[in-house]
Design a protein around this ligand. Sequence first.
Ligand SMILES: [Zn+2]
Length: 157
Amino acid sequence: MAKILKIITNPNPILRKISKDADEKTIKSQEFKNFCACLVVTMLKKDGVGLAAPQVGRNIRVFAIDTKDGPIVFINPKIVKRSWAKEWSEEGCISVPKIFGKVKRPKKIICDYINENSEKQRIEANGLLAMVIQHENDHLDGILFIDKAKEIQKIEE
Ligand SMILES: [Zn+2]
C-alpha cells in the first residue's frame, strides 16, 4: 500500500547530497516499486507538481512529476539536451517552505530516464514541464532552487 512519506526541509543535509543511481536489481525490487508509488501519492497529496526522493529522505536518483496526462516517475534521469534559449519562471519547493523566487532555466530540454517497468524512455519538454523536470533533477544533485533564484520572497504567516 502506498503511504504518505514525511517531507524533509532545508537545511537538512540529505537535501545537499548527490544521490546515487538506482541499480537494475533495485529497480526491479518490490520495495522500490512501493517507494515509487509512495513518492507519487505523497506528491499528489501535497499538491506538488514534482517530488524527488531526497525530499523524502532517500538519496537515490528518482523523482515524480505530475502532468496533465498523469504522474510520471523518472528513474536515473539524464538531461541530454538543453536549449540555448532560457526563460525566467517563478518557483517554489515543498522542502523550502514559504519561499518563492525567479529562476532562469533552459526553455526546452530532452530527458532520458527509466520508468517503473525498467523501460528506457525519452521525453521532450518545454514550458512548465521542462522547468519542473530541471527543478527535480537539481534535487538529485543536492541543488535547491534558492541557489539559483533572484527576487527571493518570503511569505509571512
Ligand atoms: Zn523542490
